[in-house]
Each structure stands twice: as C-alpha cells, then as structure tokens.
Design a protein around this ligand. Structure first.
Ligand code: PDD
Length: 290
C-alpha cells in the first residue's frame, strides 16, 4: 500500500506529493513543525502539540492555517487512510511560496501545510532494551530554540556525530558549560543527591510536550522534581540521565561520551517514570475509539 500524505488540503500518494521549489521552507527554512505520537489509534498529547504549533507560528508571524479541530481531523484521516495505529505524525507549516527574497513576501502567501504519518513499533515494554547512549556537543544553534523551526542544521550535525560515536542522542552544552537539551529531546538527570532535575524553559530550549505531560503525571503521583541549571560536570557525574520526546517517551541514557552513567544500567527513578508514562500512553490507547 502506498503511503498517503496530506499536502495543502489534498490527500496524495506520497510518491506523487511535491512542494514548490520556491516554498520558503525549502529556500530559507522559514517554517515550523510538530511530531505527534500515535498509539493504539490514539493521538498522544495532541492538545499540547497543537498549542505549541500555534505558538511557534505566532512567534514567526505565520497565521494558523487550519483550526485546532480541523488539524486533529486531518491527523485521524491520515491514520485511517494509511491504516496506522502505531506511529508518528509529522506536520510542517511554512510561510508558503513566493519569489526568493528574505523579508516576508507582500502580499503574504498562503501557508503551505504538509503532513505525513509513519508506522512504528508499539510502545516499548522493556525499559532496559529501550536504554541508549548519548554524547555531549557544543550548542551551536540560534537563540530562539523555543520555536520548533525546521532549521535543524546544528541538530543534524550533532545527531550524525552521535551516530558516529555509536550513540543515538547528542546533548547540547552552552558556552557557559551548562546543558540545554538534546538534539531532539528534553534532558533530565537524577543528581548525586538523588534529586530529579531538568533545565528551566526559556529561549534556549524547546518547551517539550512530553516534558510537560510527564510533569503533570509526576504531580498526580506526588513525585518531586526541580527546575535548575545543570553543568556538564554534573551531567557526567549524574546517577541517572534520561531524555523525553514524542518519539523517545522516557528513554534512559546509560552511557555518556563513552562512559557509563551511574552503574551503566537503567536507574530506579527512570524506571518508575518510564512506567508512569507507559500508563499514560497505553491508558490513552485503551480509551481510544476502535
Ligand atoms: N523532537 N527538544 C528538541 C530540540 C526537540 O527537537 C524535541 C522533539 C524535544 C522534545 O519535545 P517533545 O517532547 O514535544 O517531542 C526537545 C521531535 C520528536 C523531532 O524532532 O522529531
């Protein structure tokens, strides 16, 4: 079965789907995106992702191309047409098509909207097998990483460096030696005192939807955590590290720059939070319409 993509209001076989070569996303990276996890035919934290899309668009002055409700309808239609119940939805909105000129085109073109869906294995059951390795990298990105922009060159370079080091994530460290976030994830540590911590939100990091969902789950479960700066040395000396994102959920990091973190195994806090998030995802899936 050929995959079906959504392109500017139409559902097309993905092979035939194309965007204009003067699309500003292609020319300038002038656009934003979202990635939403689908589990058991249910959208996970879709409200958070759509709200963040709206915010990212607002920050770069692109109007929201579809209402929140219409967007969610397209998500379900993509799931239906592609028969995907376990996977990831990718959604991208750019400023649209115009003759190449850096400043915003006048009059404003219609934003270009592309969405695709990709099948993935169901939510992992085995947290030990889900564990991964990461490297650290200087954060060479721009100063508005709170916008989920399609400009991902620094992230691409960092991910490739991770792959060459037999790792799957690169954790960015800023010029002051403090961690910001992963190339495609939020980063958490359990420090030497046993405190769970993650960096505060500002323009240097993306406000992760999985981070927000996990914080809500922890509040319900009475699990304490702190928002604070984490130096690279502290990251290296952490008892536990894990990352969160729409595609990695709660993913233990058991090796950093080739050295074990803690005992080099999944730690108890990460294990608990993985289970908590797994209930969230699988519970949502249980309540989804068939
Ligand atoms: N990445 N930080 C960065 C730089 C990211 O790219 C992502 C997500 C996150 C976590 O955000 P969320 O929990 O909302 O997925 C943090 C997506 C999955 C991606 O680029 O594929």
């Amino acid at each position: 079965m050929s995959r079906i993509a959504y392109v500017n209001g139409r559902y097309l076989p993905q092979r035939a789907a194309a965007v204009n070569i003067e699309d500003r996303g292609y020319q300038f990276g002038d656009g934003v995106y979202e990635v939403v996890h689908v589990s058991g035919g249910c959208l996970i934290d879709a409200g958070l992702h759509v709200a963040r899309l709206e915010r990212s668009l607002g920050e770069i002055e692109i109007p929201m191309p579809l209402s929140r409700k219409a967007l969610e309808q397209v998500f379900f239609e993509l799931m239906r047409r592609n028969r995907v119940r376990e996977g990831l939805i990718y959604m991208q909105v750019t400023r649209g098509v115009a003759r190449r000129e850096h400043a915003f085109p006048r009059p404003a073109p219609k934003p270009a909207v592309v969405m695709t869906i990709r099948r993935l294995p169901p939510f992992p059951r085995d947290v030990d097998a889900w564990a991964t390795a990461a490297i650290t990298r200087p954060d060479e990105r721009w100063r508005r990483c709170d916008i989920k922009s399609v400009n991902l060159l620094a992230n691409v370079m960092a991910k490739e460096a991770a792959r060459r080091a037999a790792a799957t994530e690169a954790i960015f460290v800023d010029d002051a030696g403090m961690l910001t976030e992963g190339a495609s994830s939020s980063v958490w540590i359990v420090d030497r005192e046993g405190t769970l911590a993650t960096r505060r939100l500002d323009h240097a990091v993306l406000p992760g939807c999985t981070r927000a969902a996990l914080i809500g789950l922890m509040a319900e479960a009475g699990i304490a955590w702190r928002e604070r700066g984490v130096a690279k040395a502290e990251l290296e000396a952490a008892r536990e590290i894990f990352i969160t994102s729409a595609s990695s959920f709660v993913k233990p990091v058991v090796r950093l720059d080739g050295r074990p973190i803690g005992e080099g195994k999944v730690g108890p806090v990460t294990r608990t939070l993985f289970a908590l998030f797994s209930h969230h995802v699988l519970g949502a899936a249980r309540n989804a319409p068939a």
